[in-house]
Ligand binder design. Structure first.
Ligand SMILES: [Zn+2]
Length: 192
């Protein structure tokens, strides 16, 4: 039996958000990776215009690719704000090709930017989970943690200072009291 070998440089695999497309071979910057395809929807047709799913790829005002079909493996590619690929749209040919914009190493997840409309509609409400956004979030969390620690340390320093002052105050008062007693005794003695 011949070995099943695929000349495709990608495979579907587990990603942070579910499934994703991963490189299995080095992919050179500028190379076409995969086509994003599916039935063409005509916005002038009511039936077509009524179709709604997450895999609609708008080519222009009139034409949209419905990428929700199973054969369209490119639909597994997740969005990233700093991607390693791009969607190369040819509206006249009604074709979309996903192309590498960086050298991609085997094991790397393949991503492209889904665009502002998709981001606003689907990703912003739940928070984008791409590497760049996760990194930003981690940085913000670390900064917030550092700020909290700084505040805590400052409060502790203040509390310590206040405690010291209070102790010092008590001591002075005690001393004053003692002095007072002494003075009184002395005075008493003297007076006797
Ligand atoms: Zn992001």
């Amino acid at each position: 039996m011949p070995a099943i070998s695929s000349d495709k440089p990608y495979r579907v695999g587990r990603s942070r958000t579910g499934l994703g497309l991963f490189a299995t071979k080095p992919i050179k910057k500028g190379t076409k990776i995969i086509r994003y395809f599916g039935p063409l929807l005509d916005s002038k047709k009511k039936k077509d215009d009524a179709i709604e799913n997450k895999y609609l790829f708008e080519l222009n005002k009139r034409w949209t690719i419905d990428g929700s079909v199973r054969e369209n493996v490119a639909r597994y590619i997740n969005h990233a704000c700093k991607p390693n690929a791009e969607s190369d749209v040819k509206p006249r040919k009604r074709k979309v090709v996903i192309r590498a914009i960086k050298n991609i190493e085997p094991g790397d997840e393949i991503n492209y930017d889904y665009g502002t409309d998709y981001f606003k509609a689907y990703l912003k409400p739940i928070g984008c989970k791409c590497n760049a956004c996760e990194k930003k979030r981690r940085k913000k969390r670390a900064e917030a943690r550092a700020e909290r620690l700084r505040l805590k340390a400052r409060q502790e320093r203040k509390a310590l200072k206040a405690e010291k002052l209070a102790k010092a105050g008590k001591k002075t008062k005690k001393r004053q009291k003692l002095n007072g007693v002494k003075v009184a005794k002395v005075n008493g003695h003297v007076s006797i």
